[in-house]
Design a protein around this ligand. Structure first.
Ligand code: SAM
Length: 362
């Protein structure tokens, strides 16, 4: 079957992505996706299921998310159904549901809302609040379902005696703390917050949240649990979200923030989807001419070149993001790389050395 895929450059590109992601993304993170991706890479008929998607969206996990979405609708999950079955069972299941899968990949893109990232966001926002000495007004761009706007409704356990947030919250984040520095644990006061996304997800919409849930890899039970619990919590008092492209809609949103608060423009796992990063940085600089703002980001290293390169003291576990703050129009505040964290928030390495009293003993 690989010979046929080789004959068609479009399919060959998709096949290569299956091979690449099996090696760099799924290995060690999803045994099921790794195994299925290796076999699908050589299966022309299955690769063709992704062709209804736009060329840039033909990711292996778009197909896997579509499969998981249908399984969740049947009250099942991919590990239960395919975990111990040969590839042929997955193949024939997909071909039986070909038209549903094609419709899903045509109408959806891989989209997440990763609550685990709050364990890095919280200490970054605490750092801003300490420096600004004022309550915060938050604008999150690329907010998805807005679950991370609700970071102060969650409980955080960084280690023994290192707990913060809402003690009675059903959403509990337990990142592994790397290194010997302890992040600031105060929870900032946030009287105003808004989310902006070109495709915001309404937490009350079962179908839309099922798609977000289907984009999580099936072995990552901790991510699934955080997501389910955060959605349930958000449904009781949903965040305020606006639909729009960041370049069109951010200025009006920023201008509606209360003037007495310290304005923060926040984003995580967002810039990878914005082809023109310099233009985004220019937009923030223009907005900072109207009022000072704190640019708070958690992105792949290098995506925010305004942040100083962190001093790497120990190896990271898998793919990581750099978190930091770039104050714009705020006198005497330099940009600071604050933390490294697992891409989904499984671990946190607090880098900031500004306050040495935070060093944990031993
Ligand atoms: C990978 S998701 C990250 C969601 C969330 N920030 C998180 O960390 O879980 C990226 C989000 O950015 C949104 N997005 C991408 N480009 C955008 C743009 N130009 N304007 C507004 N939102 C955008 C997508 O719709 C998607 O919801």
């Amino acid at each position: 079957m690989s010979g046929l895929a080789m004959a068609d450059p479009e399919l060959e590109a998709v096949a290569n992505l299956f091979r690449l992601l099996a090696d760099i993304d799924y290995r060690g993170a999803s045994a099921l996706y790794e195994r299925l991706a290796r076999d699908t890479a050589d299966d022309t008929e299955l690769l063709e299921l992704l062709l209804p998607a736009a060329p840039g969206d033909r990711l292996p996990h778009l197909l896997f998310a579509a499969v998981q979405y249908l399984l969740l609708g049947d009250g099942s999950d991919p590990i239960a159904v395919f975990g111990s079955e040969p590839y042929a069972a997955f193949r024939s299941w997909c071909l039986d549901r070909r038209s549903e899968l094609e419709r899903l990949v045509r109408t959806h893109v891989v989209q997440t809302n990763e609550v685990g990232r709050c364990s890095a966001l919280l200490p970054c926002l605490a750092t801003v609040a300490e420096r600004a000495r004022r309550p915060l007004a938050l604008v999150e761009v690329g907010t998805s379902a807005g679950l991370n706007l609700l970071f102060d409704r969650y409980r955080y356990v960084f280690g023994p005696g290192l707990e913060t947030g809402r003690g009675d919250s059903e959403v509990v984040l337990r990142p592994r703390l790397h290194g010997d520095r302890v992040p600031p644990l105060s929870v900032p006061d946030v009287p105003w917050r808004r989310g902006l996304d070109r495709q915001p997800v309404d937490v009350a919409d079962d179908d839309a949240t099922r798609w977000l849930r289907a984009c999580i890899w099936p072995e990552q039970q901790w991510r699934i649990e955080l997501f389910d619990r955060a959605v349930a919590l958000a449904r009781r008092d949903p965040p305020t979200l606006v639909a729009g492209d960041v370049f069109d809609s951010l200025p009006a949103m920023v201008r509606s923030a209360p003037s007495e608060a310290a304005l923060c423009v926040v984003h995580t796992a967002f810039l990878g989807y914005v082809p023109d990063h310099p233009r985004f940085a220019e937009l923030l600089s223009e907005l900072a001419r109207e009022r000072p703002l704190w640019w708070v980001s958690g992105e792949g290293a290098g995506l925010v070149p305004q942040l100083p390169a962190p001093r790497i003291e120990r190896p990271a576990e898998g793919i990581w993001f750099l978190y930091g703050i770039v104050p714009l129009g705020v006198p005497d505040e330099p940009p600071r790389a604050l933390a490294r964290a697992g891409a989904h928030g499984a671990w946190l390495d607090w880098l900031d050395t500004e306050d040495s009293s935070r060093r944990a003993a031993g």
